[in-house]
Design a protein around this ligand. Structure first.
Ligand code: UDP
Ligand code: MG
Length: 319
């Protein structure tokens, strides 16, 4: 069994050597214990402007198990992870942040779960004590909003996860350009398992996720997985339309009762009526735009986990 470890690195020169040292000792001990037969460490340099790439090249020259992918510029954390996973040649791949906040020591447990039948093993932190108050509440709000919109997310799971070959192959078939991996993996199906761990402080350096990147990450997550904001137009329009109908009835009643104000109905009613009708049709349009949007993603329609007794001329003999 060969293990691939994928690490996105953006301006991480201060931590690279330490990550390598920790992983090297750990993974060699796994080989001695025959947990794995071999491994590779794929570092993706996401357009760093410091000495990260030089450090990675140095490591790659000294150890052929270290592989480096370097981007032409800063594409972001998710694209970096994607590139690493696409190039992972192992039977299992685990993705890990460069800053050692997620302890690599739990990989052993992740591998066990995977061998026990889980195709996706999520690393979940047991608390958020290391985060600032601001990061904690914004993260909680984000999970709540996503759940309300019907997106399946694993609470307190970042991008520390192990994937079986089957899950890796499935991942390669997702054609979408906008990538929000935390939403993609739970939507794939497959058996999964959760390993909890205590999140450490960043080993060195500062966070590479300033507020600006956090906001765009959240918007990406919502709009990549949910049509809900588009549907809002229809709901509002419908409510407006019903209100206009009620108002119309009211003008007739007030006319009969003799308490109507001249000119009121002819001005106010059309505002509500046409406002409602317009919003409703924007809502209907949105439904179609939403369909097109889902379609252009070219997501796989189904994902096969395994096949049995399939020979060339013998289709459909799956037990
Ligand atoms: N990262 C990246 N590209 C970016 C931002 C971050 O590849 O544009 C990497 C970064 O090097 C780290 C991981 O993504 O390995 C997570 O970033 P960080 O630890 O700074 O985020 P935090 O833990 O503060 O949320
Ligand atoms: Mg971090």
């Amino acid at each position: 069994m060969k293990l691939s470890v994928v690490i996105p690195c953006f301006n991480e020169e201060q931590v690279i050597d330490e990550v390598y040292r920790r992983l090297d000792t750990l993974l060699k001990s796994y080989m001695e214990k025959a947990i794995i037969d071999d491994y590779e460490v794929i570092c993706v340099d996401d357009g760093s402007t410091d000495g990260t790439l030089a450090a990675l090249k140095r490591l790659a020259a000294a150890d052929k198990r270290v592989k480096t992918i370097s981007f032409s510029g800063n594409f972001g954390h998710q694209p970096a992870l994607t590139a690493g996973l696409y190039h992972a040649g192992g039977d299992m791949a685990v993705s890990l942040d460069a800053d050692l906040q997620d302890p690599p020591e739990i990989i052993e447990e992740m591998i066990k779960r995977c061998e026990g039948g889980a195709d996706i093993v999520y690393g979940v932190r047991d608390n958020r004590q290391e985060d600032t108050f601001f990061k904690r509440i914004t993260a909680l709000a984000f999970y709540k909003i996503m759940t309300l919109m019907g997106v399946n997310l694993i609470y307190n799971h970042a991008d520390y996860r192990l994937l079986s070959r089957a899950a890796l192959d499935a991942f390669q078939r997702y054609g979408e350009v906008n990538r929000f991996l935390r939403g993609m993996f739970p939507s794939m199906g497959f058996k999964h398992s959760i390993v909890t761990y205590k999140r450490e402080k960043r080993f060195a350096g500062t966070t590479k996720y300033p507020l600006r990147k956090m906001v765009s990450f959240a918007v990406e997550g919502i709009t990549s997985f949910s049509n809900f904001p588009l549907r809002l137009a229809f709901v509002l329009g419908f409510v407006n339309f019903i209100a206009a109908v009620m108002l119309g009835l009211w003008t007739i009643v007030s006319k009969l009762k003799g308490i109507s104000v001249p000119g009121w109905a002819s001005i106010v009613l059309p505002i509500y009526l046409f406002g409602g009708i317009q919003l409703m049709f924007i809502g209907i349009l949105s439904e179609y735009v939403g369909k097109i949007y889902m379609e252009v993603k070219h997501r796989p329609v189904f994902i096969i986990r395994e096949m049995y007794n399939f020979h060339d001329k013998d289709h459909g003999s799956n037990p």
